[in-house]
Design a binder for this molecule. Structure first.
Ligand SMILES: [Fe+2]
Length: 190
């Protein structure tokens, strides 16, 4: 289950599927919980795409997406830092960012009209961030995420950096409540 926080509002925390859906929905962000029991954790990407074919096609209809794939990275993925550090700075995309989390965890920071929210996602969470939304993303301490992604046009999957530097002021909270150290240079995003 995701955790939604508003760091500038005394780190106001929102838990619960309905509460998070309502709060994010008011911000134009779709949040849903989907079943994870369709496939075993160690199944292949093709098995995931086959098992979730109905949901994948439904989402394509909802957002005009034309393709879907499975992103799967972990701490041993070659060039992980270089590959994923592209996304831990505030940016936008020309298409929606749609993720259904199958394994691992991460944290999306959303800057909507100057109000920053963080959404820590874990398996079973579906998040749809509309194109043009300023955001950034990092992984949690286990540096693992596996997710289904949808694309309207794979050519659109390019970050446009805002250069605001806003991302530097926020610590990933998914290191856990005892975490007090500095943001690591390997903070990463997908
Ligand atoms: Fe992004």
């Amino acid at each position: 289950m995701a955790v939604l926080r508003f760091p500038a509002e005394d780190n106001r925390r929102i838990d619960g599927e309905a509460e998070i859906r309502a709060e994010l929905g008011a911000m134009g962000i779709d949040y849903e919980r989907w079943s994870l029991d369709r496939v075993p954790q160690d199944c292949s990407a093709d098995e995931v795409l086959a098992a979730y074919a109905v949901e994948i096609d439904d989402m394509k209809q909802r957002g005009g997406y034309v393709t879907a794939d499975v992103i799967d990275v972990n701490a041993s993925t070659p060039n992980l830092d270089a590959m994923l550090a592209r996304f831990d700075k505030e940016h936008t995309h020309d298409e929606d960012e749609v993720r259904f989390i199958l394994a691992g965890r991460g944290i999306f920071f959303l800057n909507i009209g100057g109000r920053v929210a963080s959404v820590e996602v874990d398996p079973g969470d579906m998040l749809r961030v509309p194109r043009g939304t300023t955001h950034w993303f990092t992984l949690c301490e286990d540096r693992r995420i596996r997710a289904i992604r949808w694309f309207q046009d794979t050519a659109g999957w390019t970050p446009h950096y805002t250069g605001s530097g806003l991302d530097k002021g926020y610590q990933p909270l998914c290191f856990g409540p005892q975490y007090l150290g500095p943001r690591v240079t390997t903070s990463i995003g997908v």
